[in-house]
Design a protein around this ligand. Structure first.
Ligand code: IVH
Length: 672
């Protein structure tokens, strides 16, 4: 192909992919299946690899993140990025509206919009191509975050028309992404974010845009600069124009013709707030005609034609009685505040994770303190602040434990982690948790070997490490509570069967830091035997696609430990298979059945927005779960829609794992 033909081909692919991406991310109306998109995308990747000179800034391949920056360039906002005046009551809002109507001498229309709790951004397009994006900064001077914004799929790289335009809007992190990010951060012993807004801010201000790309941010654009250039006369028309150009706008805006309609909008969205998939902190009311904007103008900081009505916070005060510390499989010691029970967003809450010692220190949470409690992402109880006025006079700063609450070993901070860890490999909590992990479904899948049985085996000194499981006898098992001939035989058979598992299950079951089931599979597939893995170098492991340096280094460090070699010898002696077996047809079928939901007792509660309850139940049952009507000590998982009531409270009290509908849908998708 000639150069021009190649350039044309690249242009065609870019246009097509950008259109599909716009339909998918901005309009929520995909027109082609994912694999069709992926195929074209790969075509473009290959073409650009062979001809790097064809890469343009609007190529969708440029969304993956680029070079790590040393700092952000400053950007001058020619037209300042304004903030908004606030009101906190309908009375004040009514006065604002009446004043504005009076100033312009007519009853005008108001465009009501949701006030997205994120960060203001500005996007500049030349000839319809995204050229620069920035933060608000102090309103006059912001920071150039173009590279980071390019990784956000809702930000169009190319508009549907070749216009020169600057637009402004909000960048935010959806509730689901926020909850998952914090879960990941906590597991990895990293800093957790207090709310979705902070998480979005932290993600946008990454010098390494690859990190931003992983954070699943989104945007709602709400303003066109100099709308008169495009003949647009009202804010509502501006939103529609933005949508036509390919921006994601918030669809829940409404033109109100009078004060009653504004108030009705506020009431409606205050009630719907918890069900939205992103956080809002109020409503923005804007004069709809741009003529009015011109006429009344701005103060130095805020427009006179718009106002923010702020919602009262959904918070409760309660008292912290104690802080409990638990030790997880990786040794991370996590604090939980135990408080007087309070009603919050429909459930009774008495416990909230405090994540790590820094969190306690930063918020200066003390025993006896009155705290404000809210629900992050609408489901996770979280302390927002201490009410200092109510602090008892004799209060002392909370003393962070220096010793493991379970085994008494000295606790440490690894690397630059915020988490405290117990690194005593013999810590009972760690040993029990690692045995639980070893037996779990995606690891050695030893059915019948659950938490309670493991605790008994450990406490009766029958099992100290995973190799001991393979020396258990029939008589050993009869010592356990409620164990009879049949149950003992069943468990022995399950343990015996696990000897024949393929290598990846054992590799995952060992609980090596950062090695999930997927990475274990890839490593086992490549190296075929445990012996090869123990000899592999960091480079050889990191050469596997999608297995990075972190995992590779962790694997090499793990196998360098002499205790690990001893354990592997024990396992080999016990007849545990140490080779990759590949998948037989029977295994493929079995794997399909071995869903993480298999064998779980699940309860559905509350209102589901996207799924019919019967469908959810059917899906769960098809994946091996037992769906029951009430929460008990036996329940493994509660799927909570909104307005969940007593079942949610009970599950919280019984420490049952709780997920919301969005997380459930994501897990369903992952399964499929
Ligand atoms: S209009 C001159 N509309 O709220 C126009 N702002 O507290 C100013 N915000 O800085 C902004 N949702 O970051 C507008 N629908 C919306 C908004 C919104 C969120 C943010 C924006 C602004 C802040 C002021």
């Amino acid at each position: 192909m000639t150069e021009t033909v190649l350039a044309q081909k690249a242009e065609e692919l870019r246009k097509q992919l950008n259109t599909w991406s716009r339909e998918y991310y901005s309009l929520d109306q995909p027109s082609v299946p994912d694999d069709v998109y992926d195929q074209k995308y790969q075509e473009l990747v290959t073409l650009e690899k062979q001809h790097p000179e064809l890469i343009t800034p609007d190529s969708p391949t440029q969304r993956v993140g680029g070079a790590v920056l040393k700092g952000f360039q400053k950007i001058d906002h020619e037209i300042p990025m304004l903030s908004l005046g606030d009101v906190f009551s309908k009375k004040e809002l009514g006065e604002f509206v009446a004043n504005l109507d009076q100033t312009v001498n007519q009853q005008i229309d108001y465009n009501c919009e949701l006030k997205i709790d994120g960060l203001a951004i500005s996007l500049v397009y030349r000839n319809g191509i995204f050229v620069q994006g920035s933060t608000r900064g102090n309103g006059q001077i912001g920071e150039d975050i173009t590279q980071n914004l390019k990784t956000i799929k809702a930000v169009p790289l190319q508009l549907s028309e070749p216009v020169d335009v600057e637009v402004r809007g909000e960048c935010y992190m959806p509730k689901k992404s926020f909850v998952e990010l914090n879960e990941r951060q906590e597991k990895e012993g990293k800093q957790i974010f207090a709310n979705a807004r902070n998480a979005a801010a932290g993600s946008l201000r990454q010098l390494d845009s690859k990190i931003t790309a992983e954070r699943r941010l989104s945007t709602f654009i709400y303003y066109i600069m100099e709308p008169e250039k495009f003949g647009i006369k009202t804010q509502s028309a501006a939103l529609e124009q933005l949508k036509k150009w390919g921006f994601k706008i918030n669809p829940d805006y409404r033109v109100a013709h009078n004060q009653q309609e504004i108030f009705a909008y506020i009431d409606e969205y205050q009630a719907k707030r918890a069900d939205l998939t992103y956080d809002i902190d109020g409503i923005v009311i804007k004069a709809n005609p741009f003529e009015v904007h011109k006429e009344v103008g701005n103060t130095v900081k805020v427009p006179r034609w718009a106002i923010a009505y702020k919602f009262p916070p959904d918070e409760q005060e309660t008292v912290v009685h104690k802080i409990e510390w638990t030790v997880g499989r990786t040794g991370v010691v996590t604090p939980t505040a135990v408080m007087d029970p309070v009603q919050l967003a429909g459930t009774t809450v008495s416990r909230a994770s405090l994540h790590n010692p820094d969190y306690i220190k930063e918020k200066d949470i003390r025993i006896g303190d009155t705290v404000k409690l809210h629900k992050a992402g609408d489901i996770i109880p979280e302390i927002s602040m201490v009410v200092l006025d109510k602090r008892p006079a004799a209060s002392q700063p909370y003393a962070i434990p220096t010793q493991c609450p379970i085994c008494g070993a000295k606790l440490v901070h690894l690397d630059d982690e915020v988490a405290l860890r117990c690194i005593n490999p013999k810590c009972p909590a760690l040993v029990k948790e690692s045995l639980i992990h070893f037996a779990s479904r995606n690891a050695m899948d030893i059915r019948g070997l659950g938490t309670k049985i493991i605790a008994q085996l450990y406490e009766k000194h029958l099992v100290n490490d995973v190799a001991d499981l393979y020396h258990l006898t029939f008589d050993d098992l009869l010592q356990l509570d409620k164990f009879k001939e049949k149950s003992a035989n069943n468990l022995l058979t399950a343990i015996d069967n696990s000897r024949h598992n393929s290598l990846e299950r054992l590799l995952f079951g060992l609980g090596i830091r950062h090695v999930g089931a997927k990475a274990a599979k890839l490593i086992a597939e490549k190296f075929k035997t445990m012996d090869n893995i123990t000899k592999a170098t960091v480079e050889e492991i990191a050469a596997i696609k999608t297995v990075g340096m972190t995992i590779a280094e962790s694997v090499v460090t793990y196998f360098a430990n002499p205790n690990v070699s001893a354990l592997l010898n024990e396992l080999a002696k016990a007849g545990v298979n140490l080779e990759y077996l590949g998948q037989t047809a029977a295994e493929i079928a079995e794997n399909a059945a071995a869903s993480p939901f298999n064998g779980l007792r699940v309860v559905l509660t509350g209102t589901l927005d996207h799924l019919k309850r019967a469908e959810a139940k059917k899906w769960l049952e098809a994946h091996g779960a037992k769906v029951t009507g009430s929460v008990s000590g036996k329940t493994d998982l509660l799927i909570a829609g909104h307005d969940a009531g007593s079942k949610l409270t009970k599950a919280e009290n019984l420490n049952v794992k709780i997920i919301n509908e969005a997380t459930f849908i994501q897990q369903m998708e992952e399964e499929e």
